[in-house]
Design a protein around this ligand. Structure first.
Ligand code: AMP
Ligand code: TRP
Length: 322
């Protein structure tokens, strides 16, 4: 099994990113796991250069604080392995304009602004390259990346059919619960870095009092019955998903223990605070040691380049480059 996944350095992670992706990454880490900060992807939207740089290091610190071990898996910055940009071009010449313009995330993000960047359209091709460069078999990501994963498979198969067997065709893996954590204030919308209301997202470095306040104020409903039922009770089901993901139990089992919303919220608050406390402390320590973070990604880029280089050369040769 070969694992690769990536995350954009677009600000502090919320518990959706953590439960939907990072927690799975930690569980799947091995010598065959590659995890990257996709800093090139962050350039598809406006971002201050200094902000991009500091958020990239911050994300590396979060990876380590969450339990990724650079002695076990490979942790790197996408831009420091030039094969990603090169593979992007080979795959852009396999992908079609039509299929890229049909991507849901592109339609959402491009509709918010006139004069969007071309990179926003080709974003999933760069992502496909990230994955295919590592002969990846499994990609642990949240539910919102399903469509991009499917496109990656389509591009890999199209390339293999046209140029001969070159790429391993990967599958996406989502966690059983919390693959789509919803906004605490609007439980029919996913928790998001950019669009959430101030009380809608819990960030992994939030203080205990901030976490407690957000959970206590989370939107529920008026019938006051604790039941796991996404269709009729999205607010409570979201809280049960978060609970069960942190406690590694089934959400239905958690639901059976509670009759009152208040009790569920109090226990959930204590659980989230306790689970995230070590991450928060470690993140703080790591941010004070930029040399250590630099060393981790420098070493990671060397290890990643070995694998990515050989796959890139195979693909370049297959299309006819000398
Ligand atoms: P991004 O911040 O968009 O780079 O996302 C990083 C990872 O977090 C990806 O694997 C996403 O699928 C995952 N993710 C983002 N938002 C959520 C959410 N609300 N629930 C679960 N997973 C999420
Ligand atoms: N598009 C992903 C997101 O927004 C980030 C990403 C880029 C990624 N390259 C990847 C995820 C490769 C998994 C594998 O979350």
């Amino acid at each position: 099994m070969r694992v690769l996944s990536g995350m954009q350095p677009s600000g502090t992670l919320h518990i959706g990113n953590y439960l939907g992706a990072l927690k799975q990454w930690v569980e799947a880490q091995s010598v065959d796991a590659f995890y990257c900060v996709v800093d090139l992807h962050a350039l598809t939207l406006e971002i201050e250069p200094e902000t991009l740089r500091s958020q990239s290091f911050d994300l590396i610190a979060t990876f380590l604080a969450a339990g990724l071990d650079p002695d076990v898996c490979t942790i790197f910055l996408q831009s420091e392995v030039p094969y990603h940009a090169q593979m992007n071009w080979l795959l852009e010449c396999v992908a079609t304009y039509g299929e890229l313009s049909r991507m849901t995330q592109f339609k959402e993000k491009s509709s918010r602004k006139t004069g969007y960047r071309v990179g926003l359209l080709t974003y999933p091709v760069l992502m496909a390259g990230d994955i295919l460069l590592y002969e990846t078999t499994e990609v642990p990501v949240g539910d919102d990346q399903r469509q991009h994963l499917e496109l990656t498979r389509v591009l890999a198969e199209r390339f293999n059919n046209r140029y001969g067997s070159t790429f391993v065709v990967p599958v996406g893996v989502q966690p059983k619960v919390a693959a789509r954590v919803m906004d605490l204030q609007e439980p029919t919308r996913k928790m998001s870095k950019s669009l959430s209301s101030p009380l809608g997202s819990i960030y992994v470095t939030d203080s205990a009092s901030a976490i407690d306040k957000k959970i206590k104020k989370a939107v529920t409903d008026t019938d006051n019955e604790v039941r796991y039922d996404w269709e009729h009770k999205p607010g409570i089901s979201n809280l049960l998903d978060i609970y069960s993901s942190f406690s590694n139990e089934a959400p239905q089992v958690v639901a059976e223990r509670y009759t009152r919303y208040g009790d569920l919220k109090s226990d959930l608050s204590a659980l989230v605070i306790e689970s995230l406390a070590p991450l928060r402390t470690r993140h703080h320590e790591l941010m004070a040691d930029p040399a250590e973070l630099r060393a981790v990604v420098t070493n990671g880029a060397v290890k990643a380049s070995e694998v990515a280089g050989s796959v890139y050369r195979r693909a370049a040769h297959a299309v006819g480059l000398i």
